[in-house]
Design a protein around this ligand. Structure first.
Ligand code: DAT
Ligand code: MG
Length: 139
């Protein structure tokens, strides 16, 4: 994957609360092009693998249970400086600290249930995109 791409998930809380359309609109209005997109659900094992880096953290069990609790939207996004610009658009991990107008400020309900994921590096964006999308689903 090119380095001008990032990977995102609209998490189960935001899907359940009916925010898919609003969040995708914020993403495209901010200049990101959607190059892969699907509604899917992670198994417990998928969520454990996706978040393996956090396996020693005290919130890991809660995170895995939440992320596998319902459907998510997975997407690959393209824009110059995609990883950093998308982290700015989503806001801080804890919605209480998220800037006004960010996706998490608007739609996250708590630190754990924070509406969206955004990759933290070009390398992880490529790994996470490939985790969710087969070659023929990548454009
Ligand atoms: P981010 O999603 O902003 O990259 P992260 O990679 O540090 O944040 O953590 C991954 C997810 O784990 C995060 O989106 C929500 C959850 N999480 C992080 N810290 C947490 C905490 N202290 N309590 C509960 N959930 C937490
Ligand atoms: Mg992270």
């Amino acid at each position: 994957m090119a380095t001008n791409r990032t990977f995102t998930m609209i998490k189960p809380d935001a899907v359940k609360n009916g925010h898919i359309g609003s969040i995708l609109a914020m993403i495209t209005n901010a200049g990101f092009k959607i190059t892969s997109l699907k509604l899917t659900q992670l198994t417990v094992s998928d969520a454990e693998k996706f978040y393996a880096i956090h396996s020693e953290r005290p919130f890991f069990g809660e995170l895995v249970a939440f992320m596998s609790s319902g459907p998510i939207v997975a997407a690959i996004l393209e824009k110059e400086n995609a990883v950093a610009d998308f982290r700015t658009l989503i806001g801080a991990t804890n919605p209480a600290d998220a800037a006004e107008g960010t996706i998490r400020k608007l739609y996250a309900t708590s630190m754990g249930e924070n509406a969206v994921h955004g990759s933290d590096s070009d390398e992880n964006a490529a790994i996470e995109g490939a985790f969710h999308f087969a070659g023929r689903e990548q454009f």
